[in-house]
Write a protein that binds this ligand. Sequence first.
Ligand SMILES: *Cc1c(COP(=O)(O)O)cnc(C)c1O
Length: 404
Amino acid sequence: MPETTTDARHWIDLEDRFAAHNYHPLDVVLNRGEGVWVWDVEGKKYLDFLAAYSAVNQGHNHPRIVQALVEQLGRLALTSRAFRNDRFGPFCEKLSKVSGYDRVLMMNTGAEAVETAIKAARKWGYESKGVINGQAKIITFSGNFHGRTTTIVGFSEDPVAHNHYGPFAPGFVQAPYGDIEATAKLFDENVVAVLVEPIQGEGGVIIPPDDFLPGLRKLCDKFGALLICDEIQSGLGRAGHFFAHTRAGVCADAVTIGKALSGGVYPVSAFLARKEVMEVFTPGSHGSTYGGNPAACAAAEAALDVLVDEKLCERSEELGTWLADELRAIDSPHIKEVRGAGLWIGLELHESAGGARKYCEALKDAGMLCKETHTHTIRFAPPLVIEKADLEWAVGHIREVLTR
Ligand SMILES: *Cc1c(COP(=O)(O)O)cnc(C)c1O
């Protein structure tokens, strides 16, 4: 078939034949995006209610972000860190000031930022806390999602993500998410860090009890361990605050961010930490060829400016509260629970509803794109630039699909 065909089947067949089958996407083939809208190859328009797992918080092709990236690409894209470039320092300063963390270490993907956090925690444990080399322990949680490297999937409980990728790296112990008493029992002097999602995204927008994060902070203080929050999905406005953990009134020693850090135009991630923690890294002890490149810095600087100037954290909080209330008011026998923080909602269905996938398919046919997470939960996470009228339109379709 010629490439000019408008039949989505053509592209789907090419993918099926030549690409690895490591995803199960909805059968919609997109070729254009603008703000909260995307268009498929057949010209049909959809409201994006997933925002690339929260990478597109600023909306598709935000003109300020695209312009910053394109301008930088026309000038200088990559130097490697063998040399310095004029975008890296100013961007690190901005990110430090906006986030409140002393030091920035830039990587590319979320998983690499988490790997950086694990390396920092262990090195800090041996060199600063005095743990015997090789004995460091990191506490992780049931239902976690931190990325796809072999180390990270080693402490995933999702059998599809984990099985047959071993042998796995030792040094991780798993606590039940949200259960502070059970977590306390795992602490000893070899624990160097707790790695936690303040709200679990892939887990289905799971919000822990109010005492959980403050309880972790207290345990970390008592045992001299680092509290590291993975804010790759929950941060940068998604949960209605710049960081989801500050919503719970705690201060982490370090955080990982990614996804919306570039507004969806370039892979950019970062590990942020207090100075004493970041000081464990010395020349040669960690790095990445593309980490901190000028194009990434230009995109991320503009993406941060958009987040602040367009007050996206505040928007997320305000519109998210409204959306969750509207969804809770839907009278459907299928809805088990609506969990929300900002414009980030997990709508869990009863098992009798027959799985979330078919409702996502029905919503796609109605013109809005969202995706199931695990079997029975639909995650709603539209770009934070969305207008109330578009949310009202979406709620109408969600109501219709869940009550038909
Ligand atoms: C998406 C995600 C990651 C991994 O990010 P990638 O860029 O896909 O490697 C890590 N942690 C959390 C909480 C995430 O949501």
